[in-house]
Design a protein around this ligand. Structure first.
Ligand code: C2E
Ligand code: CA
Ligand code: CA
Ligand code: CA
Length: 279
């Protein structure tokens, strides 16, 4: 047993070394990617469930690595947060999304909000409100054309401070959404303390909505309570017509998902907007 234990130990350390080396390499690549600006944004429509109109687009970052191609944010956002690199990267995302929206408006396309994800590290940075004001100003974009998506955990960490920051942003006219709603620990009674506009129901509740009565019941109660707090409800991850029909019947206001469109590059989104404007 001793021998086996020792063998396991050696195996384990070499595994850890490999993991540590991989991580170190990723960290080095991520730092240089930020210096070289190897990122791009894709945009995914948010659609009004009743009218089918596009009301907003969510900006989602991709790392365009010259060797590996497009890398998903799930693979680098957590490390970027850990290393504090999310501050410069997040600033780039915000500026790019605002400038892009301004360009679409200048091109005479139907007006939309652009939604940007804010991680906890960004939310806690000093002078966040001033920074966002500056970005809007530089881009020449109206605050009402910007939406910020924050998670429940951001609200829970320091509720009083979070409420103050959100109140400032909301007072400017920025639209505030809670992302991945239902996966955290907040309650709707708690949410009334924050100036919010939309709850985004996490896609884990949407996936089996047509076959799982529990998921349908959860969505139904979130919709009812959110509406009584005068919040809109958006369903994430809608992939099928059947899911959409269920969500419509349950009173969801908006949806987002592959059924309408996956996240696409700016040029493709623009083409989508042009076809719609032509109708
Ligand atoms: P999220 O904010 O919850 O974004 C939704 C994710 O679901 C996106 O993945 C989107 O591509 C995917 N999705 C949309 N519709 C469907 C669908 O119908 N089915 C399925 N299966 N998936 C769908 P993505 O782009 O890989 O982003 C993953 C996460 O990375 C985001 O989750 C967000 O938490 C984070 N992220 C992305 N961009 C940024 C950013 O600029 N800043 C920060 N802080 N986080 C970001
Ligand atoms: Ca989001
Ligand atoms: Ca989400
Ligand atoms: Ca998510």
């Amino acid at each position: 047993a001793k021998k086996m234990g020792r063998g396991n130990y050696q195996f384990f350390t070499s595994e850890m070394n490999t993991a540590a080396r991989t991580r170190l390499a990723l960290e080095k690549n991520l730092r240089s990617a930020i210096e070289r600006n190897e990122f791009m944004l894709h945009y995914q429509p948010k659609v009004d469930i009743r009218t089918g109109a596009m009301v907003a687009v969510e900006a989602l970052v991709r790392w365009n690595d010259p060797q590996k191609g497009l890398i998903s944010p799930a693979e680098f956002i957590p490390l970027a947060e850990e290393l504090g690199l999310i501050i410069p990267l997040g600033a780039w995302v915000l500026m790019t999304a605002c400038q892009q929206n301004r360009q679409w408006q200048d091109a005479g396309l139907p007006p939309l909000r652009v939604a940007v994800n804010l991680s906890a590290v960004q939310f806690r940075q000093r002078h966040l409100v001033e920074f966002i004001t500056q970005v809007l100003d530089d881009a020449g974009l109206d605050a009402a054309s910007l939406e910020l998506e924050v998670t429940e955990s951001i609200l829970m960490q320091d509720a009083e401070e979070a409420a103050l920051i959100l109140a400032n942003l909301h007072a400017m006219g920025i639209h505030i959404s809670i992302d991945d709603f239902g996966t955290g620990y907040s309650s709707l009674a708690y949410l009334k303390r924050f100036p919010l506009d939309t709850l985004k129901i996490d896609r884990s509740f949407v996936r089996d909505i047509s076959s799982d009565p529990d998921d349908a019941a959860i969505v139904r109660s979130v919709v009812a309570l959110a509406h009584s707090l005068r919040l809109k409800v958006l369903a994430e991850g809608v992939e099928t017509e059947e899911q959409l029909a269920f969500l419509r019947a349950l009173g969801c206001d908006e949806y987002q998902g592959y059924f309408w469109s996956k996240p696409v590059p700016a040029a493709e989104l623009e083409a989508m907007l042009r076809t719609r404007a032509a109708h």
